[in-house]
Design a binder for this molecule. Sequence first.
Ligand SMILES: C[S@@+](CC[C@H](N)C(=O)[O-])C[C@H]1O[C@@H](n2cnc3c(N)ncnc32)[C@H](O)[C@@H]1O
Length: 343
Amino acid sequence: MELFKNMADFTAAADGGYLIDVMQKYKQAKFIYQCHKSNILQFLTTEPQSSEDIAEKAGVISERLVVVLDALTSIGLVEKENDKYSLSAISEAYLFCESPFYIGDLIELNMSDEEKCGGEMVNSWLHGNSVSREHDPQTTFSQSFVRAMAQGVLIDNSVRKTAELLCAHPCFDTAKNLLDVGGGHGLFAIAIKKLKPNISATVFDLPQNEAVAKEYGVRCGEEVAFFPGNFYVDELPPNQDVVLCFDILHPVAVSQKESVFAKAYRALNEGGHLFYKLWFLNEERTAPSRASLMAVKCKIGNGNSHVITLNEAKEMLLGQGFGIEDILSLGDGESQIIVAVKK
Ligand SMILES: C[S@@+](CC[C@H](N)C(=O)[O-])C[C@H]1O[C@@H](n2cnc3c(N)ncnc32)[C@H](O)[C@@H]1O
């Protein structure tokens, strides 16, 4: 059934902000529970201390602690200044066990037995127990995962906003071929095709996700091609005028990200444009909170992973031969798009 016929159909009748907020807060609550179980906040004071000093007192691995402290900073429970960390007022009042307002038992009470199951993960990781394993795209990016991604970009209206923002770029006046790398569900390519019907759009993704892209193609009444492959292994199809890299490569090391952008560079025609969209971390690595929390999750899963800052991303693209043309914002305070050009 054709559900997304016109651009306006990509905007739901009700604002999904409330649900997005609840889901984010749920993730934050689980993270706070895990940090509570690790006792890490008990080793902080209102006086700023280096992560090395805190790690020594707590008997944990300093490089891992930094990632956790940055994430705690991102949700206001720790303060970070000049690479030193201290308790925020809210943590001092409620999460520091010597405070008369300490809520440790209340936190326990609010967690179900199932939620308590994974509660030791951060603690165990901080102490050096590694659950780290090589990132496996085949098992991580199931069809359900990719459908979840589609639902995530529909609920925050970013399909429509992104497509409209991109198509206002002059390169879309002449672009013939577009490749959406890790395009999964295909919604961005589909929405762009609705605005620029003459463009030939292809989604590059793992073979298992072709069915999801086809499903959304039917729902949108818009055909986009699907090129199955693994971008860590395979070359990308050449002769592209526009390459999209949206929300990909979080769980891997910088060297692996570089190899994919080298492929994107080769796939582009001279003067072609790359649009790299992500919740880039700030320089302090403490915002946006979604990216800081993602950095913890990725590091626990794969010790080599690196959630990237905007400046690191720009440097990486310059290193691959791209010129940086612009930084676009979706206006949600989180997503940014680097516009890079093949010189
Ligand atoms: C986080 S989702 C982002 C999907 C979409 N670009 C968006 O912004 O909503 C990551 C996408 O990259 C794809 N992907 C991950 N690793 C891949 C690989 N090695 N080769 C091809 N596609 C991959 C996944 O299947 C998934 O569709």
